[in-house]
Ligand binder design. Structure first.
Ligand SMILES: [Zn+2]
Length: 79
């Protein structure tokens, strides 16, 4: 399973509300779900809304107490 502490030094903390943390991937850390490099990593233990400001794809994982979201920037495909 994903060990955020093992890769902590490769991530940049964007926000920490106490209940949720958002990290930016700054060193091509691979998503534990799909194996692709993720863009941002969001972990929460509370019911919060997460509103990405860009078009992103998600991978979702769980630990015992938290929900983990890994975002992937989707190559822009104009509709
Ligand atoms: Zn993924």
């Amino acid at each position: 399973m994903f060990d955020e502490h093992a890769v902590r030094h490769r991530l940049k903390l964007v926000s920490d509300t106490g209940a949720a943390v958002l990290y930016e991937n700054r060193d091509d850390v691979a998503c534990p779900v799909c194996g692709e490099v993720f863009d941002e990593f969001y972990a929460t233990n509370a019911a919060e809304s997460f509103r990405p400001d860009r078009r992103v794809g998600f991978c979702v994982a769980h630990t015992d107490e938290r929900l983990l979201l890994f975002t992937h920037v989707v190559a822009s495909i104009e509709s």
